[in-house]
Design a protein around this ligand. Structure first.
Ligand SMILES: Cc1cc2nc3c(=O)[nH]c(=O)nc-3n(C[C@H](O)[C@H](O)[C@H](O)COP(=O)(O)O)c2cc1C
Length: 219
């Protein structure tokens, strides 16, 4: 399976400390994937690597092959991927605006009929739970259906060191076991979707809308 891990924090300043706690979380998820699922093709997509114009112009608003190359290249990766892992902090009880902004640049037809996994974290005690609930709606609308199991990491600074390793008092096996509940679900669904896609092309069966979402309205 080809899996993309989206890191949704671009906050590289303090306070509050620490900055980019998300980088530690993404590193830990990658390290779990690389140690337990190394037969899969895994790539990190860091929102910090993408700079956009102030005026919002998504990939699908450009004429074919005239989108900026960075946007075009990510569109291809999203289309080719079999599943997505979305790592988000919780800001004011919502998902990361940087992650939402990055994902909004691409049409749902690139993400759809594939699964996603939600990973949230916070410096406080709730592990981004409120952001995670809203992410279910967001990702469902993109068509990359979130698997039921989610990963939430409260007080992530007490769990991971700055380089994404476990703090000495943490038990990596327990944490990777916890991550694997969600990652196993993701990979099961990704494989199932890939097999079914080879049988039936969902886009030929259920047409994507061409110009306005109202094309999906009830008569
Ligand atoms: C604008 C803003 C809003 C925040 N809102 C919440 C919140 O609603 N819930 C929470 O648990 N933590 C909240 N926090 C604290 C974050 O959990 C903490 O800053 C964490 O490090 C953010 O992840 P990041 O460093 O990867 O950006 C907020 C932080 C910021 C900067």
């Amino acid at each position: 399976m080809k899996l993309l891990v989206f890191l949704g924090s671009v906050r590289d300043s303090t306070p509050p400390k620490p900055a980019r706690l998300g980088a530690r979380v993404a590193d830990a998820i990658l390290s779990c994937l690389n140690s337990r699922y190394n037969d899969h093709d895994i790539e990190l997509i860091d929102a910090l690597d993408y700079s956009f114009d102030t005026v919002f112009k998504p990939h699908f608003a450009y004429p074919p092959s005239q989108a900026p190359s960075q946007l075009d290249s990510l569109a291809k990766k999203i289309k080719q991927a079999n599943g997505y892992i979305m790592v988000s902090p919780e800001y004011n009880h919502s998902m990361s605006p940087a992650l939402a902004h990055l994902l909004n640049h691409f049409g749902s037809s690139l993400y759809s009929y594939k699964p996603s996994a939600i990973v949230t974290y916070s410096a406080g005690q709730w592990g981004g739970m409120r952001a995670a609930v809203a992410m279910r709606t967001f990702l469902s609308e993109l068509g990359c259906l979130p698997v039921s199991s989610m990963i939430h990491i409260p007080k992530a600074q007490d769990v991971f060191t700055e380089d994404g390793a476990m703090q000495p008092e943490q038990d990596q096996t327990s944490w990777f076991g916890y991550f694997s509940r969600t990652l196993n679900q993701l990979i099961w669904w990704a494989e199932a979707a890939k097999e079914q896609r080879a049988q039936v092309d969902p886009h030929s069966l259920i047409k994507d809308f061409k110009s306005a979402p109202s094309e999906r309205n009830a008569p």
